[in-house]
Design a binder for this molecule. Sequence first.
Ligand code: ATP
Length: 327
Amino acid sequence: MSDFPTIPGYTLRQFLGRGNTSQVYLAVDRQGREVALKVPLQSTLRVKEAAERFGNEVRLTLQFRHPHLIRADAGTAFGPQAFLALSYYPDGALNEQLAQQGQLLEQPAALRILADLASALAYLHHLGAVHQDLKAHNVYVDPHGRAALGDLGNAYFVAQGGQVSGSPYYMAPEIYHGEGSSAASDVYSLGILMYELLSGERPYQGNTYEELMISHLTRFPAPLNHLNPAVSRSISRLASQALAKRPGERPSADDVRRALLRALGETPQDEVYEEDGPPPEETAKPVVGRHGPAQPRLPFHCSKAAPAETADDPKRGAGWNPFKRRR
Ligand SMILES: Nc1ncnc2c1ncn2[C@@H]1O[C@H](COP(=O)(O)OP(=O)(O)OP(=O)(O)O)[C@@H](O)[C@H]1O
């Protein structure tokens, strides 16, 4: 316990995990709420680009508000006491959950997670932002089976420009071509996750960056319903469309959301985005990084599928790495 960092206002209880740039702890805030407290590694703070990426994650996670984007209650973007207090997910990240489970999720559960993620992407794209790093590692699922997309460190507003990045298993052909990312590249990553969740396999394989690049650029995976006959033809077609080599031929995230909800037997509702007041308890310092100034927090409202109270309740609680590519 004595090795835990000190973050004013929080009692750190347990180490949860470590990524490339941060350590995450289960902590309790002054009101007794459990949070996942993300603290950058010293090595992250020493490297300007990595520290800026953490600052970007803090700023954007505080700024966005959507039931299927991971929620932050407080954070400090820069400096030796930088941190981000996130909603705590007891089962950890989706990749960890899948590895532990050792088998495919039930199809309705997988479709629900994918629909939630499509909803989160549609919200970001509506705001003119792209996520750039949708993958199972960055998805958190609550005990009710509802998903939230995390790790906004690579996200940026298209109009302001940003650094192109991604994870090679999930990265769209245009990014391999050096053409930059867009909303359509996020949809491609969602298509990869559709294969992963519904067939248990990633559609493009390779042991090196180059092998993966060739695979994404030149191969066409077998239709999902050939890999798993329980998948309907319409969902199989949707996944193939999301993986179209040309970004212009992919459906929008909102089209994907609607198709997934229909597959779940629901009638998709329009999602409504409107402006709201300032974010709660923001301690982030003004942004000086590559992603430009923060914009007002934009909340999400949905008439049916997603519970609005989770969005609006401020009390809610070495070597080549195939999962990262930054340029
Ligand atoms: N909100 C959360 N609730 C529960 N566990 C979490 C949460 N956030 C992170 N974790 C745990 O901490 C681990 C590390 O988090 P994460 O992968 O976000 O770190 P990171 O350093 O930012 O990642 P990256 O490697 O992409 O830079 C996760 O694999 C997960 O086990």
